[in-house]
Design a protein around this ligand. Structure first.
Ligand code: 6PG
Length: 236
């Protein structure tokens, strides 16, 4: 069963997620002398990133390599860039060497960017940080996405019809190749997705976050009270 922590609100979510992030990264550095971390985009992590950015010595950043779970096909200085958001809120404020920041090249042709990132990806991550969409998408794997069936490649560049855009995303084999997978979710509009991921009948094509059921012992959910509002126990 995945570990589930329900916290009061978005502020408590950011504080708890920052604490878990620092603990998991610190432990990886102690055990393996470095930590391989994948960051998530979206709005939910911004507060947590800011918190970590304001306390630059809480995490041993010189020993951390950061990657991303997904990216929008835009240049790094674009408002929609997941890299750009993480840089502004966190990475610009901590002592991480530039050579250890491994962004997806959203400005390149999508297929090329995916192939390039596949070459750059490490093996097992120490921490995969993920958000959850209100349709239960994970990284940029949306309901009905062919990426759900990907077994060979670790990075894909799917066309996402409802966004009329390409996205870059890790595939299930890469997303699940992590010692710890931390999913952070806030808000009542996410409650049906949280319920589907944790309580719902198997329907991965409809609710992509159900792929996390393949790694129950490594997944930790941090959910605020509103997003947990439709959960029943026990959960997956
Ligand atoms: C992205 C993501 C995506 C995100 C969810 C939740 O690039 O948008 O990485 O998977 O985590 O869409 O986003 P919010 O935190 O904005 O609700």
């Amino acid at each position: 069963m995945a570990l589930l922590t329900v916290v009061e609100d978005e502020a408590a979510l950011a504080a708890h997620a920052a604490q878990r992030f620092a603990a998991i990264v610190g432990e990886a550095v102690r055990l393996r002398r470095r930590a391989l971390v994948a960051l998530t985009g979206g709005t939910t992590p911004r507060r947590m990133y800011r918190m970590l950015g304001q306390d630059p010595h809480r995490v041993p950043w010189r020993s951390v390599h950061v990657y991303w779970g997904d990216e929008r096909c835009v240049p790094p200085d674009h408002d929609d860039s997941n890299y750009g958001m993480a840089r502004e809120a966190l990475l610009a404020h901590v002592p991480i060497p530039e050579t250890q920041v491994h962004r997806m090249r959203g400005e390149r042709p999508p297929d090329q960017a995916a192939a390039d990132y596949e070459r750059e990806l490490p093996g097992t991550f120490d921490l995969m940080l993920l958000g959850l969409g209100d349709d239960a998408h994970l990284a940029s794997i949306f309901p009905g996405s062919p990426v759900l069936d990907e077994t060979e490649h670790r990075v894909a560049a799917p066309w996402v019809p409802h966004l009329a855009a390409y996205r870059l995303t890790l595939t299930p084999p890469a997303l699940l190749d992590a010692r710890k997978i931390l999913v952070i979710v806030a808000g009542a509009h996410k409650a049906p997705a949280v319920r589907a991921a944790l309580n719902g009948p198997d329907a991965t094509g409809r609710w992509p976050a159900q792929i996390l059921r393949r790694a129950p012992d490594r997944v930790e959910w941090i959910v605020d009270r509103a997003a947990a509002g439709e959960l029943t126990w026990p959960h997956a």
